[in-house]
Design a protein around this ligand. Structure first.
Ligand code: FES
Ligand SMILES: [Fe+2]
Length: 373
C-alpha cells in the first residue's frame, strides 16, 4: 500500500486501515503542564440538555459531550476514527452520535454501531471500531470528566472531589476565561496577598484594611486545607450572613477550591473550579450554594459583585501575561505564597506517581502560615 508521506496510514492486523496517531505519545513530547489521570470540571449540567451534544476543547483535547434521552451523559473524543472530522459536527440519532461525513455511528461507550457503506455480507466487525470514551460523572449541578494520560487506560485512579452537599445545584454560577496557563490561574485565585490591591472596593477591602493573618493548615485529599476558623473580620460581606460563623477552605488538584462557611444553622459553599482549555486559556467556574432562602433575594446584587471579583482576578492575570511573555524568573516567598509552593509540589508528586513513580503521598504537613493581607 503506498501512502503519501505524513498521512501515515498503517494497515493493522485486524484489517482496519488506521491512521498512526498515538495521541498520548504526541502529547508526552510537548509537555503542556496539565495534570492527567484526574477529574476536571467540564461544564454546568444545565448547559447540556437532553438529546443534545456539545463539542468543547479541554486540556487541548477535543471532547464531545452528549446527553441521552434518559438524562445520562457521555463524553467521546471529538474526532471520528474514520477520517477525523469532529463528531460534534454530526447529529444525534437516538442516544447515538452520527458522523456527518459517512454516517458512522457511535454509542456512548465509544463503540461503532453502524457503518452505512458496508455491503451486504461484508466481513467487518463494526463494534471493533472505537473512539475514546472518557469517564464522566454528574453531581451538584455539574459535569466532571476524567482526563486519562493513556487512552487505553480510562479507569479512574481517583475519585472526583468530595464536595459537601447542601443543595442539588448551585444557587449562582459565574464562568470566566482567563488568558493564561492553568498554573497562573490557580495560584492567582488561591493567593490572599493580592486581595487588598486587586479587589479594592468600599464593601470589601482597601489597602488600609491590611491585617496580620495567622491560619492553621493541614493536608487534605490531593491538596491542603485551611482548617475551620472564624472568618476574617475585615470582610464586611461576611457579616451579612449572621450567626456564629466558621470557614474551612480546601484546595485540591487539579484546580478545585471549596470554601465551606457555616453560619448558625445555615451553610454556604463557594466552589471554584479551574480547567485548562488549552495552553494559554483557562476556564473558571465559580459556583455558590447556600441554604438561607433570603440570600436568593439578594442574587441581583450578588451576581454583579461575583462577576466584578472574578473580573478583577482575570484583569490581573491578563496584565501579568505582558510580563510573562518575556520569560522572567519568578519568586514565591515564605508568606502566603507557601500555598503556591504546595500547589507545585502536589502537582509534581501526583505527576510523578502517574508516570510510574511512587504512589502519591501528600507532601503538605500540618503548619501555621502567617502573612499580612
Ligand atoms: S469521517 Fe466520520 S464517518 Fe467518515
Ligand atoms: Fe482574587
Amino acid at each position: 500500500m503506498s501512502v503519501p508521506p505524513g498521512l501515515g496510514i498503517v494497515l493493522t492486523m485486524d484489517g482496519i486501515d488506521r491512521q498512526f496517531d498515538e495521541h498520548s505519545s504526541e502529547r508526552a513530547d510537548e509537555d503542556d503542564g496539565f495534570l492527567r489521570d484526574i477529574w476536571y470540571f467540564a461544564m454546568p449540567s444545565n448547559e447540556l440538555k437532553r438529546s443534545t451534544k456539545f463539542g468543547k476543547t479541554l486540556l487541548g483535547d477535543p471532547v464531545l459531550f452528549a446527553r441521552r434521552s434518559d438524562g445520562s451523559v457521555y463524553a467521546l473524543r471529538d474526532i471520528c476514527p474514520h477520517r477525523g472530522i469532529p463528531l460534534s459536527d454530526g447529529r444525534m440519532v437516538g442516544d447515538e452520535i452520527e458522523c456527518c461525513y459517512h454516517g458512522w455511528r457511535f454509542e456512548g461507550g465509544g463503540a461503532c454501531t453502524c457503518i452505512p457503506s458496508l455491503y451486504e455480507g461484508q466481513d467487518f466487525e463494526v463494534s471493533r471500531v472505537r473512539v475514546l470514551s472518557y469517564p464522566v460523572r454528574e453531581f451538584l449541578g455539574g459535569i466532571w470528566i476524567y482526563m486519562p494520560s493513556d487512552p487505553r487506560q480510562t479507569d479512574p485512579v481517583v475519585e472526583p472531589p468530595n464536595i459537601p452537599q447542601i443543595g442539588s445545584a448551585p444557587n449562582m454560577t459565574e464562568r470566566m476565561l482567563f488568558p493564561s496557563h492553568i498554573d497562573h490561574a490557580v495560584i492567582g485565585l488561591m493567593d490572599p496577598a493580592h486581595g487588598p490591591f486587586v479587589h479594592k472596593s468600599w464593601y470589601w477591602r482597601s489597602s488600609k484594611s491590611i491585617k496580620q493573618k495567622e491560619k492553621a493548615f493541614g493536608p487534605s485529599d490531593y491538596g491542603f486545607c485551611m482548617l475551620r476558623h472564624p472568618p476574617s473580620t475585615n470582610g464586611k460581606a461576611y457579616k451579612l450572613l449572621g450567626g456564629e460563623m466558621t470557614t474551612e477552605i480546601r484546595f485540591q488538584l487539579p484546580g478545585v477550591r471549596i470554601e465551606h462557611v457555616m453560619a448558625g444553622r445555615h451553610q454556604m459553599i463557594g466552589l471554584t473550579t479551574v480547567t485548562p482549555i488549552k495552553a494559554q486559556v483557562t476556564e473558571i467556574h465559580h459556583m455558590v450554594f447556600w441554604t438561607m432562602p433570603w440570600l436568593s433575594l439578594l442574587k441581583p446584587i450578588l451576581r454583579p459583585i461575583a462577576r466584578q471579583f472574578l473580573g478583577q482576578d482575570r484583569d490581573a492575570v491578563t496584565k501579568q501575561q505582558r510580563g510573562l511573555s518575556h520569560g522572567p524568573t519568578l519568586m514565591l516567598i515564605n508568606d502566603s505564597d507557601v500555598m503556591a509552593k504546595w500547589y507545585f509540589r502536589l502537582k509534581k508528586t501526583y505527576g510523578a506517581w502517574r508516570s510510574g513513580g511512587p504512589e502519591f503521598e501528600n507532601p503538605v504537613k500540618e503548619t501555621t502560615l502567617k502573612w499580612r493581607s
